[in-house]
Design a protein around this ligand. Structure first.
Ligand code: NAI
Length: 302
């Protein structure tokens, strides 16, 4: 089998000035991609801005013989998203790969969370994914090729104390992916999500140090690069990873139970009496579209 290469491919990595995004950029460039290293250069909570983060990574890539250009736009605005994509097109003539990775944290328990903390996190993760991905997909569509990654989180998939804002934004990305995969598949654009784990400034006070230090950022890059490669044929999938473990996760729908006959009323007591079956995850399936849920209602609809 040949090596996976990205020669001739142009990639954008958002939030690539540090942590996990830096690893993606470096590895993509090492394997021949031309990389737009985007980073606003703010603090962990999103405050401030500096060109130093993106410039540092670009310098490192160039020193290692790779090709990269810095961009300092904010992913959370439409103007910023368009600016990031324009940097790719103006500098390298096209765009093949987008890794939505930029992120901030404003943790607070739900009852104490302010509107500003809610809005800031939703803006960077959820709206940011829209602002960058829409102009990116427009370019990819014209080239009939694209690979898009959304960065979700186990906090959104399964929950994490103090992160209702972050969890909502992260799970929202799966909502974007589930529909976007249907809209862009015919243009050979594949859209996948990942929930990474890494010891970074984002997690250094969340994970215990002994475990955290095994969660090296670099272990997230191999699967993400594979998903961004021509070899990958999957779209609409979500993968979780950390420390060298990689696995798939999915939202499933269980077989459940059909009650009534589509005419007669269904009582609350009937729900109570059948709740074990309603609550069971037995015979579940991963659905490829919202309409597929109708198949479970089959006996009622035929
Ligand atoms: P990090 O804080 O080291 O890197 C995030 C980068 O995004 C920073 O360099 C920051 O300047 C940049 N950024 C923030 N807001 C931006 C904006 N509006 N526009 C452009 N750039 C912006 O964090 P880390 O750990 O590398 O996280 C990367 C991604 O992975 C984030 O989306 C994070 O939520 C996600 N993630 C990380 C996990 C972990 O264990 N570290 C767990 C689950 C998800």
């Amino acid at each position: 089998m040949s090596d996976i290469r990205f020669n001739g491919r142009v990639a954008i990595v958002t939030g690539a000035g540090a942590g996990i995004g830096r690893e993606y950029s470096f590895e993509l460039a090492k394997r021949g991609a031309k990389v737009v290293v985007n980073d606003l250069g703010g603090a962990r909570d999103g405050a401030g801005a500096s060109s130093a983060a993106a410039d540092g990574v670009v310098e490192e890539i160039r020193k290692a013989g790779g090709e990269a250009v810095a961009n300092y736009d904010n992913v959370a605005t439409m103007q910023g998203g368009e600016g990031i994509v324009k940097t790719a097109v103006d500098t390298y003539g096209k765009l093949d790969i987008l890794i939505n990775n930029a992120g901030i944290l404003r943790d607070k328990s739900f009852v104490k969370m302010t509107e500003a903390e809610w809005d800031a996190v939703i803006a960077v993760h959820l709206k940011g994914a829209f602002c960058v991905t829409q102009p990116a997909v427009r370019v990819m569509k014209d080239n009939n090729y694209g690979r898009v990654i959304f960065t979700a989180s186990t906090s959104g998939l399964y929950g994490n104390f103090g992160q209702t804002n972050y969890g909502a934004a992260k799970l929202g990305l799966l909502g974007i992916m589930n529909t976007l995969k249907q809209e862009v598949g015919k243009y050979n654009i594949l859209v996948n999500s990942i929930a990474p784990t890494a010891w970074s400034r984002m997690t250094e006070d969340i994970m215990p140090e002994a475990i955290g230090k095994k969660m090296k950022s670099k272990f997230n890059a191999p699967l993400v690069l594979y998903l961004c490669s021509e070899d990958n044929k999957e779209s609409g999938r979500t993968y979780v990873m950390g420390a060298g473990w990689y696995g798939r996760t999915a939202i499933v729908c269980a077989e459940g139970i059909c009650l009534g006959d589509t005419e007669r009323d269904i009582s609350v007591e009937e729900i109570r009496d059948n709740f074990v079956k309603i609550d069971s995850l037995d015979n579940n399936e991963v659905l490829n579209s919202g309409l597929e849920v109708f198949k479970f209602m089959g006996p009622l609809l035929s």
